[in-house]
Design a protein around this ligand. Sequence first.
Ligand SMILES: Cc1ncc(C[n+]2csc(CCOP(=O)(O)OP(=O)(O)O)c2C)c(N)n1
Ligand code: SF4
Ligand SMILES: [Mg+2]
Length: 347
Amino acid sequence: MDNAQTQKVERNLIGLSPVDYKGKPSTLCPGCGHNTIANQIQAALFELGVVPEMVAKFSGIGCSSKSPNYFLDRSFGFNGVHGRMPTLATGACFADRRIKLIGISGDGDSASIGMGHFKHVIRRNIPMVYIIENNGVYGLTKGQFSATSDLGLELRHQGKNYLPPLDLCLEALISGAKFVARAFAGDVKQMRELFKAAFVHDGIAVIDVISPCVTFNNQDQAMQSYTWGRENESPIQDITFIPKAQEIFVEDFQEGTYREVKLHDGSILLLKKIDRDYDPTSKTAALDLLTESYEKRYLTTGLFYIEKAEQSIIDIFDLGREPLNRLPAERIRPDLAALEQINAALE
Ligand SMILES: Cc1ncc(C[n+]2csc(CCOP(=O)(O)OP(=O)(O)O)c2C)c(N)n1
Ligand code: SF4
Ligand SMILES: [Mg+2]
């Protein structure tokens, strides 16, 4: 037996291996944070045992928006125009409610040209995971300042940024998102656990991932750089995702230092307190924390807010269990008598 035959391939709950979650080889710069994010999406979905063919990936334009190519080759995907990823995902949600939707965007794609769409997809609570790969620049077009660039940031070819940044977690919260988190591409374990929780959340889950652009915005003093992130990241919790099938067992479990959050499908998020008492089910606490970190310029990461939504768009529009894209023409076209009735009503 050769080496390859003796090596045991890791399998998940549905018998797939990590290779089944891979995408095409990345064409992004080596070291780009977006590559790490793509890898952790693969890892999270492998660990959850998600069927790749039941996932659809959407994106707009940017280096970040290229990254759906680099994970889940077996899933559906649509790369649309700049800032319009939410619209595509909304259409897909109505067409087939069984498919899990992942939207990948950039800070330019979401906070500049797509800001209106970002807000409205949240307001509509489209059930999807919305990941922003936030590097504080327009990477694809050679590093111009974006709406999340740090105030006072100086870049070699751009000069100084005189405008204050937007905080996409704050924007998501005030737009009504019921799952809001921030991760840092240099902290992969936390990111992966957040992805898993976002995936089972019922409704839109927004994760702003600080994802360094090693080519255009990686000076040590830049807030979205690896160095700054590593030195200044301040996670609020140590997060562990426990799938519903798995019994809860935590070593050294100490009453009071953990907070359990039950997710929609029965899974549990175990949040180990790090440096402050924090209640992720309080929107006021989330607004206070994010405002403080914005004003004091520190990088807070973790799950800021989670709440069970009363209704997703599927309930509001009372979408039947049968996906609309599976209905034959004779069931979606009104017959002649119905058409005549409609016309008569309009006379
Ligand atoms: C309508 C339109 N306007 C402008 C552009 C040019 N453009 C392409 S990508 C981009 C910004 C991408 O920045 P971001 O979303 O932050 O992605 P990154 O490359 O940083 O990952 C811009 C302005 C475009 N493609 N389409
Ligand atoms: S230019 Fe920046 S964002 Fe684009 S691939 Fe390179 S490192 Fe990543
Ligand atoms: Mg960017």
